[in-house]
Design a protein around this ligand. Sequence first.
Ligand SMILES: [Zn+2]
Length: 81
Amino acid sequence: MCNSVHSKGRIYSTPRELAELVGGARNLVWQKKNPFVPWPEEKDWRQMDLCLCPVNLEATLSGAGLRWRRGDDPMEFFVEE
Ligand SMILES: [Zn+2]
């Protein structure tokens, strides 16, 4: 299972979806290291249509000014309204 972000009944599970929530792709905060193993060396791992593993969700959500909490499942992030 991968991380997911829940807001107003919608589930965001890719960087492209999350970009809509945080006001654009430039507001995504990526992890410092590639979380995908294995991964082709020459290929950019910051892929908009894969899962949220390469995104630093704490920094992305807080940086967008959203209040959030982790669910009972620590891979679920809930944006508070
Ligand atoms: Zn993942």
